[in-house]
Design a protein around this ligand. Structure first.
Ligand code: GDP
Ligand code: MG
Length: 605
């Protein structure tokens, strides 16, 4: 098939507007998969994605389509994109491998936050857009309203909009002819040296590191020697192919195509696959201009994970590294906590990304893992002008450190876009203001729909701002955000003290306005989970040196102790043995012995 009959496109949509369902219909329509029992969602390959209905990793699928108008075969690459804001870098990369996009909108919900955000990303990439209104089978569908929104918000000509039901298949047949007509074929020259963009990568047990690539110029086949601009490494191509929808090996990939490649010998580490990297033929690195690179994804949310029982360390290490292999946007470091032992510190793109990962770990390890509360990084500018970014609250200088008093602190902010029905505006503004948000604009985009723009501390997203907005709007609010850089803030380290000794794994850096509330919450909750001891245990929350909350756990009563001392020898031995077995799970904070499960319960919501 010649290049003029290639089309690379993706689907731009708000979450749940039917992207996965529509993808399945298109694959069926082209005979790529067999039509069958409804919702297969072929492109959402990871289990978690299916369960949560979100696409985390971009997948691609090639289709061959016989166009009715000219009777010719077309090679169509559908690149699936993650709909969620945490994965913006992946979205941008996917878009840059396409020349067009279907702008998919739910006929009953209309334009929502991620429709807006993703539209602008696609627009900035210069993609040709085909408006598609989905779910027209629903009783609540209001097609004219959606078309009006598309015109007013995006200034799109909607006279050629395609109206479909991805569920019933109605109208789906009109989509691919529109793709062919309205989206340009990729440009590129197969005769030139290779110019190939790395769009995505994953780890396959049999093939090793597999790369999803878009060829802008040149060809790629087995045995070719290629050069990576990002790492300077050279590789020999082991196999090339297309996803159809599973991997189908090909003799050659040509300019314009999207396909997969793996090397032989393979890439050793997935970290060597730098998303956004350009490859060329060995020897051509000085004459070929690499594609514009991408920003490395920046972790914005951090948690630490510890095995409840240190004997589990190895098992947990295996599954964490396995999960990280397949989600390269997670950063991983060893960590050590006095209270919780050896573990790991993990960095994520955002709070959803973090919770998806936590779910996967919990699914595999259940009660045998302790995960600390998510935290955002803090930037410290010392009086010397030197900067430092702290991602682990335990490493944040103590208030006694005289340097911290003369330092300036900054926290990450985001620009948030919220859409919601007008009747809930008051309540949502209140929630955003309580989260220390600063309103930027309030705008009606239809008579009843409002777009609110706020500058918000990224920490508020970790504290489930989205959940609160949804709760206040019967689930109608939608949220999207982007990085807005650092803002100076009055931050303080909040410690949980057990008999005056700080529990390092629990410490958080919080805004001064949150100190009292969170401190009280901590001591109350912690008290519930710590067993009585032989002596009094004092639980305190301290912001710097100031104690903001306190609880006391009374010691055993004298008579209980007496009974214990009086017990016969066998009982005593039994107790000692039991204690030995349990020792691995017990750790000391200062002089207080705390069962690991207490931390687990304390830290689980
Ligand atoms: P995605 O998040 O954009 O990938 O959305 P999904 O494809 O997962 O669809 C979200 C929900 O909408 C699912 O429950 C689908 O079954 C449903 N859905 C998708 N398309 C249609 C449609 O045309 N009509 C109706 N009634 N439901 C649909
Ligand atoms: Mg989906």
């Amino acid at each position: 098939i010649p290049l003029e009959r290639y089309r690379n496109f993706c689907i731009v949509a708000h979450i749940d507007h039917g992207k996965s369902t529509l993808s399945d219909r298109l694959l069926e329509h082209t005979g790529t998969i067999v039509a069958g029992d409804g919702n297969k969602q072929v492109l959402d390959k990871l289990d978690v994605e299916r369960e949560r209905g979100i696409t985390v990793k971009a997948q691609t699928c090639t289709m061959i389509y016989k166009h009715k108008e000219d009777g010719l075969d077309y090679l169509l690459h559908l690149v699936d994109t993650p709909g969620h804001v945490d994965f913006r870098a992946e979205v941008t990369r996917s878009y840059s491998s396409c020349s067009g996009a279907l702008l998919l909108v739910d006929a009953s919900q209309g334009v929502q936050a991620q429709t807006v955000a993703n539209f602008y990303l696609a627009f900035a990439q210069g993609l040709s857009l085909v408006p598609v209104v989905n779910k027209i089978d629903m009783a609540s569908a209001d097609v004219p309203r959606v078309l009006e929104q598309l015109e007013t918000v995006f200034e799109l000509d909607t006279s050629t909009a395609v109206k479909v039901s991805a569920k019933t298949g109605q109208g789906v047949g009109e989509i691919l002819p529109a793709v062919i007509k309205k989206m340009p074929a990729p440009v590129g020259d197969a005769k030139k040296p290779l110019r190939m963009l790395l769009v995505d990568s994953w780890y396959d047990t049999f093939k090793g590191v597999v790369l999803l690539v878009r060829l802008f110029d040149g060809t790629l086949k087995q045995g070719d020697k290629v050069y990576s601009y990002a790492t300077g490494n050279e590789y020999i191509v082991g196999e090339v192919g297309i996803q159809y929808p599973d991997a189908v090996p090909q003799k050659v990939l040509r300019a314009g195509q999207v396909g997969y490649v793996f090397f032989n010998p393979g890439m050793k580490r997935i970290q060597d696959a730098k998303l956004g990297d350009t490859f060329t033929n060995v020897g051509c690195e000085d004459i070929v201009e690499p594609c514009p690179g991408f920003e490395e994804p920046k972790p914005m949310v951090f948690v630490a994970a510890f095995p409840t029982n240190q004997d589990d360390y190895g098992r947990l290490a295996d599954s964490i590294s396995h999960l990280v292999l397949n989600d390269r946007s997670v950063t991983l470091q060893k960590d050590y906590s006095e209270a919780l032992g050896a573990g790991w510190r993990l960095g994520f793109l955002g709070s959803l990304h973090c919770s998806v990962f936590q779910d996967r770990l919990r699914q595999e390890h259940g009660a045998s893992i302790i995960i600390t509360e998510p935290a955002v990084p803090t930037k410290i500018v010392w009086s010397t002008g030197q900067e430092e970014i702290v991602t682990n609250p335990a490493e944040f200088p103590d208030p006694d450190d005289h340097r911290i008093r003369s330092a300036t602190l900054y926290e990450p902010f985001v620009n948030a876009t919220v859409t919601l029905p007008e009747e809930y505006v008051g309540r949502c503004i209140e929630i955003c203001e309580n989260a220390r948000g600063v309103q930027k604009s309030l705008e009606f985009f239809t008579a009843t729909q409002v777009i609110l723009k706020y500058e918000l501390p990224a920490a508020s997203l970790v504290d489930d701002l989205f959940g609160k907005l949804k709760g206040a709007t019967k689930g109608y609010a939608t949220l999207d955000y982007e990085d807005a850089g650092w803002r100076q803030a009055q931050l303080v380290k909040l410690n949980l003290l057990v008999n005056k000794k700080a529990v390092d794994a629990v410490a958080r850096i919080v805004h001064v306005s949150q100190v009292e509330r969170l401190g009280r919450q901590w001591v109350t909750k912690f008290k519930e989970h710590v067993d009585r001891q032989m002596f009094e245990v004092i639980i305190q929350a301290a912001a710097g040196r100031r104690i903001v909350a306190r609880e006391t756990i009374k010691p055993f009563r004298k008579d209980v102790l007496a009974k214990l001392h009086a017990s016969d020898i066998t009982r005593r031995r039994k107790l000692l043995e039991k204690q030995k077995a349990g020792r691995k799970r017990l750790r000391a904070v200062g002089n207080v012995i705390i069962d690991q499960s207490a931390f687990q319960k304390f830290l689980s919501k």
